[in-house]
Design a protein around this ligand. Structure first.
Ligand SMILES: Nc1ncnc2c1ncn2[C@@H]1O[C@H](COP(=O)(O)OP(=O)(O)OP(=O)(O)O)[C@@H](O)[C@H]1O
Ligand SMILES: Cc1ncsc1CCO
Ligand SMILES: [Mg+2]
Length: 282
């Protein structure tokens, strides 16, 4: 294993050994899948929404995940209360701006959270992240159109610099960057787009890794790589059966992850972005 792969593997072991508590304020579509996926990974999920309790829950969590999938204005207020409590207690906050760009309320709520709360990691598809930068991209409800890996890397770097956070842009390939170093993670399977909430669960999985590693670029890389490897392994077994079987197999593969699971199923490459946003090395 490369030095980076050893670091990623060590983080998986740390998640499995410490079972971090991940506080999710997420959407009604993916709640159960998210909880089961976090259990499978070895983390402890909790969902809590009441403005009366979210500050207390966020304070004791290892990470707070804010997901705008089925947002209401009351929920956004509660997310800000939770986010400020997490910030005050050194708990990383992750944001999934589901459907940003599809409606003005979604875009504005995501930008408001980014203004008022220190977000450690932002994860979305290319359309969502582009819309947060005021750029238009193909979006249909919560689904993005196609975009190339190079486009995604350039978009992620601009977003990380403008929004001052680590950004992961997911799709056929995933990219993650702090605005300087950019990692491209391949793995996964197109079947992930046939099961609802695979992006949402991914953000919560990144939360579990963020709970055990303060370097969010490293934590995020580990989360993306192991998630992609589990999906690739599940697809190998169930692709011919279809998305229902894949969803179950994917949960099983998350539970079976071990330090060597990346081999043959996920790959990470990296390059440095120049000050202008181009690349130093190809
Ligand atoms: N064409 C594809 N091939 C392989 N993996 C893919 C493909 N498209 C997406 N993925 C993977 O699916 C997962 C979810 O990413 P995606 O970009 O679809 O999130 P999303 O649009 O937020 O999803 P959702 O809104 O359904 O939760 C990631 O692990 C990503 O790598
Ligand atoms: C389908 C859907 N609609 C709002 S949230 C969600 C789950 C995937 O993002
Ligand atoms: Mg999404």
């Amino acid at each position: 294993m490369s030095i980076l792969e050893k670091e990623l593997a060590a983080l998986l072991t740390k998640v499995q050994n410490t079972k971090p508590l991940v506080h999710n304020m997420t959407n009604v579509v993916v709640t159960n899948f998210t909880a089961n996926g976090l259990y499978a990974l070895g983390a402890s999920p909790v969902m809590a929404y009441a403005p009366e309790e979210v500050a207390d829950m966020a304070r004791i969590a290892g990470a707070l995940v804010l997901n705008l999938g089925t947002l209401s204005s009351a929920q956004v207020e509660a997310m800000i209360i939770a986010g400020l409590s997490a910030n005050a207690h050194g708990v990383p906050v992750l944001l999934d701006p589901v459907g940003a760009g599809a409606t003005r309320f979604r875009t504005e709520s995501a930008l408001r959270i980014l203004r008022e709360v220190k977000v450690s990691l932002l994860r979305g598809n290319a359309a969502e992240i582009a819309h947060l930068l005021g750029e238009s991209r193909d979006i249909k409800g919560v689904d993005a159109g196609e975009s190339s890996g190079a486009d995604q890397a350039e978009l992620a770097v601009r977003a990380a610099r403008k929004l001052n956070t680590v950004v992961a842009v997911t799709g056929r390939e995933d990219v993650i960057t702090d605005g300087k170093l950019c990692r491209i993670v391949s793995g996964g399977d197109a079947l992930l787009t046939q099961v609802t909430g695979t992006g949402c669960l991914l953000t919560s999985v990144l939360g579990a890794f963020a709970a055990v590693e303060r370097d969010l670029l490293l934590a995020g890389t580990a989360g993306l790589a192991f998630y992609g490897a589990a999906a690739s392994r599940a697809a190998e077994r169930t692709a011919s059966a279809g998305p229902g079987s894949f969803q179950i197999a994917f949960l099983d593969e998350l539970a079976k992850l071990h330090p060597h699971s990346l081999k043959g199923h996920a790959a990470v490459s990296e390059r440095e972005a120049s000050a202008a946003g181009g690349w130093w090395v190809g």
